[in-house]
Design a protein around this ligand. Structure first.
Ligand SMILES: [Zn+2]
Length: 134
């Protein structure tokens, strides 16, 4: 049996949500490069993000679950400007100062909360901040 990559994430929060959902559905999976990405977010692009690995034989089912999860997350968010659900949470490439503060905060223990993200609306190009709970 072998594992294959079925998706990748640029932060460990999303990766862990996906893994949790898959495990609930009985999918055998693990995260690759989690350590690299979490310790050094600047390397995220270099290593291609955190990869979620599943058994070959479960890949199709896992993909269906992740697609459903993504749809569900999209439906929960509407663009405040045009009401569209066609949005995606994206990491914003910011000035160095934010990476420095992100890394500093990581060592103080609350890294996930400092990632700078916005929702991008594909219909009207509006960008808006994620809700507190995300
Ligand atoms: Zn919009």
């Amino acid at each position: 049996m072998s594992f294959i990559v079925i998706n990748s994430y640029n932060n460990y929060v999303d990766a862990h949500i996906a893994r949790g959902v898959l495990e609930e559905e009985g999918i055998n999976c693990w995260l690759k490069d989690e350590h690299t990405v979490t310790i050094d977010p600047i390397l995220t692009n270099a290593v291609g993000g955190i990869k979620i690995m599943v058994f070959n034989s479960q890949a199709e089912r896992a993909w269906e679950i992740l697609s459903a999860l993504k749809n569900e997350q999209k439906q929960a968010i509407a663009c405040p400007q045009c009401g569209s659900h066609n949005t995606e949470l994206v990491s914003t490439p910011r000035k160095a100062i934010n990476w420095i503060s992100a890394i500093t905060t990581f060592f103080l223990g609350d890294f996930a909360m400092t990632i700078d993200k916005v929702h991008h609306c594909f219909d009207c190009k509006h960008e808006f901040p994620p809700a507190e709970t995300e």
